[in-house]
Design a binder for this molecule. Structure first.
Ligand code: SF4
Ligand code: SF4
Length: 637
């Protein structure tokens, strides 16, 4: 069976020679262009990629080839599938007879994809795509390619049975078969030259993502979402006495080869920036532009003299990030924005290039072990009159209740701690607290780039809690939850960690909490980033709210993985950045549209941020901000 068709049918020899000449030149330009990119990636630091090749291959098929993330947006998904998948099939159709028979129909779909792309590029279909003159050039070439292809079909209907060919052939028919046979090679050569020039141009255009995106999808490590990279091992450094380590990214080649490949994989689809709360609140940060700046810097010759910090990235961009992970969640090619931001923050912190508020924060953590700078001796004031037992004060305590800095010191969040104690007592959960031995686990130190302070605290707290026989921790703070669950094990922690939403949901399910009848209040719920996006816990808080108000639970816009950050994560609670509208205000306005009686949350930062936004918007009278523990405690029989 003949499986390779004669693509030079009706094409005379000089045209064939011209075809090969253009093809060889295009291949040369393509290969040298790609080598330039590979050279740039290889100048990055070495990195061993975690995850098995099979697991990464599976993800490549799901995310890279089946385009799972792109397809979750109908318009963009359809547009991209028509252009990329159909484009690929068209190419295959040049060689395989079954697809060849379909080529004419596929070409029509490809044309439809191009129309959708142009519509999107220019704006009417949502946020316009980021365009530059090269994009217009590339788009022009692709359109010319499609048009010349259709004309070929019109001229050569004997070889290309197709709808477009059938429409166009009557226009060409009067020219007669002899002229058409002579015209065909010219059209064929024009069409081929356009295809080859596009191939040659790939390494210099956004089309490079045809190569870099699947590669990045394959090479992105398979890791725990909530665990930051560990830039050095403090314990080992203390044992060897060798503290000579470069911390963070000072220049572009301080990123690893895999991170640099990632910057090069950006498709400019804007999804990350569209989802970014820092961008929405008018800060200097736009994750897509940050990635593009890093990409451009890595492709520039070192002689350009442009430095990462200052020339390319403004520190204000880095501090504006709330580390909410919406960008990473949205990115269809798995670019790791937050990881890069942490690397650059670490450099600023190591060099002491931080403002007074951040310096004060680290001083507070070092001197008094809390983020508020308040006395250690005041840590238990929240529990006055509650008869809360210390850990070890009673036999067989099941849970260590980790109160956290906000739950201990912030007057609003102290109410949540008291509510959780009421719930645990009602359900006869046996627990104890560390009292004044509790101190910040330094999640926030790690997030602002102070890795040494974090690791030292992690080792000390792990040692203390392991020695004291702690096996299970419960906490209302998703940041503490994430850190104990995902980050402390690397430094010796051996506990099961439970968020209070999970414990309360379980107690309700087991019938250990008796609630009064449905209050009839409309409740909506905001997913905290570190509980939802980082730890995939979306159902437990909803189960709690449904138990309280079975018929009156309403979902906020952007629920679950799409949740819009309150603005408090990544250290942002403890310093200020320039912005036009707070994230918490934007989110509260979204909640207001539903006119609920209660906006429920499950994180102390969210509670603080929304209480602040409620004062700004004056919504406190109509819509209260409550932690799910407060709601349950109020509803207890
Ligand atoms: S983590 Fe959140 S705030 Fe930071 S860049 Fe990504 S989307 Fe923006
Ligand atoms: S970083 Fe990812 S989500 Fe953002 S524009 Fe690039 S490809 Fe799209």
């Amino acid at each position: 069976m003949e499986i390779i068709r004669d693509i030079f049918q009706h094409v005379p020899l000089p045209f064939v020679i011209a075809w090969y000449t253009i093809g060889v030149i295009a291949a040369y330009l393509f290969v040298t262009g790609i080598r330039r990119h590979i050279r740039a990636w290889r100048q990055g630091k070495p990195e061993r990629i975690s995850g098995t090749p099979l697991s990464r291959l599976t993800r490549l098929i799901y995310v890279g080839i089946a385009q799972a993330r792109i397809l979750d947006k109908k318009y963009n998904g359809t547009m991209h599938a028509l252009i990329s998948i159909i484009g690929f099939l068209l190419l295959a159709g040049m060689f395989f007879p079954i697809l060849q028979a379909l080529v004419g129909y596929l070409a029509l779909l490809f044309g439809a994809g191009l129309i959708l792309l142009e519509y999107k590029r220019l704006g009417p279909a949502g946020t316009p795509l980021e365009t530059a003159w090269e994009d217009s050039f590339v788009f022009g070439v692709i359109v010319a390619m499609a048009v010349s292809g259709f004309l070929m079909m019109g001229v050569n209907t004997w070889a290309w049975p197709s709808p477009a060919g059938n429409v166009l052939s009557p226009i060409f028919a009067p020219l007669g078969p002899k002229v058409l046979v002579e015209l065909y090679p010219t059209l064929f050569l024009i069409h081929s030259a356009l295809v080859f020039s596009l191939i040659a141009y790939i390494p210099n255009s956004r089309l490079i993502h045809l190569i870099t995106s699947p590669l990045n999808t394959y090479y992105t490590p398979i890791t725990v979402k909530g665990e930051l990279t560990t830039p050095f091992d403090l314990k080992q450094m203390m044992e060897t006495g060798n503290f000579d380590v470069k911390v963070g990214a000072t220049e572009i080649n301080d990123f690893t080869w895999r991170q640099k490949l990632g910057f090069d994989a950006c498709t400019l689809c804007v999804r990350c920036s569209d989802a970014c709360p820092a961008k929405a609140s008018g800060t200097k940060l736009s994750p897509m532009h940050l990635i593009l700046k890093l990409k451009n810097l890595e492709l520039q010759p070192p002689a350009s003299g442009r430095h990462l910090h200052g020339d390319v990235v403004d520190p204000e961009e880095l501090w504006a990030c709330t580390t909410c992970r919406a960008c990473v969640q949205e990115c269809p090619v798995l670019i790791q924005h937050v990881e890069a931001i942490y690397d650059m923050r670490r450099h600023l912190m190591a060099e002491g290039k931080v403002d007074k508020k951040k310096r004060d924060l680290i001083t507070f953590l070092t001197n008094v072990g809390n983020t508020y700078g308040l006395p250690r001796a005041d840590r238990m004031k929240w529990a006055e009159g509650l008869d809360v037992k210390l850990w070890g004060e009673e036999p067989n305590q099941e849970f260590l209740y980790w109160v956290g800095c906000a739950g201990s010191y912030d007057t609003r969040n102290q109410m949540v701690s008291r509510a959780l104690v009421k719930i645990m007592k009602a359900a006869q959960v046996s627990f104890g607290v560390l009292g004044n031995d509790e101190r910040c686990n330094c999640e926030v130190a790690r997030r602002v780039g102070e890795e040494g302070r974090f690791q030292q605290t992690a080792m000390e707290l792990n040692e203390m809690m392991n020695k004291r026989g702690v096996k299970k921790i419960v906490t209302q703070c998703p940041h503490c939850y994430n850190t104990f669950k995902n980050e402390y094990p690397r430094f010796g922690g051996k506990f099961e960690v439970v968020h209070h939403s999970q414990l309360i949901a379980k107690l309700l399910l087991e019938g250990k909490l008796k609630l009064r009848k449905d209050t009839g209040k409309t409740i909506t719920f905001h997913d905290p980033c570190y509980l939802g996006r980082y730890n995939d816990e979306f159902d437990a808080p909803r189960a709690v709210i449904r138990a309280l108000s079975p018929k009156m639970f309403v979902e906020l816009p952007r629920p679950r993985t799409k949740s819009f950050c309150c603005g408090g994560g990544g250290g942002n609670t403890w310093y200020t950045v320039e912005l036009t509208k707070k994230c918490s205000v934007i989110r509260l306005e979204e909640a207001q549209q539903l006119a609920p009686n209660i906006l429920a949350a499950a994180c102390p930062y969210c509670i603080s941020m929304f209480e602040d936004a409620a004062k700004i918007l004056g919504t406190s009278e109509n819509m209260s901000i409550e932690d799910i523990a407060e709601l349950v405690a109020e509803a207890l029989e």
